[in-house]
Ligand binder design. Sequence first.
Ligand SMILES: [Zn+2]
Length: 150
Amino acid sequence: MKCPYCSALDTKVINSRPSEDGVAIRRRRECLQCGRRLTTYERAQLEPLMVIKRSGRKEAFSPDKLLKGLQLATEKRPITLEVLRTFAYGFEDEVGLLEITSSEIGRRAMAFLKPLDEVAYIRFASVYQEFDSLERFIEEIRGLKDKEGG
Ligand SMILES: [Zn+2]
């Protein structure tokens, strides 16, 4: 760790302990050249879940996007937002992977909807399977709703 005061390359750790919230390690360091002290925090950086699209492109998983797709499929159906939110926001932890294909996300969302509500399941399944992304699915569902007259 380079000293921010004098740019010396050697600083030594004089004390190390967890931060108050326990999510970081707080280290007090002392510069071996100028003797000044500094504090650094070391945190675990979570790796975002990456979605592999059919095109091969990758993008970070978005729970909001998944939630949006589920909301559209369950509109006017007896499923609470809380249930959908729990699924969408717990998805990344549930999956426990670093990468997932978009079709696997769709498959898991369908498996989630099926026991909850058949109509929502069929809406999601019939539309999602044709598309390579949640964005295109959302557009399509919107289009269907327009045809139904809202
Ligand atoms: Zn220094």
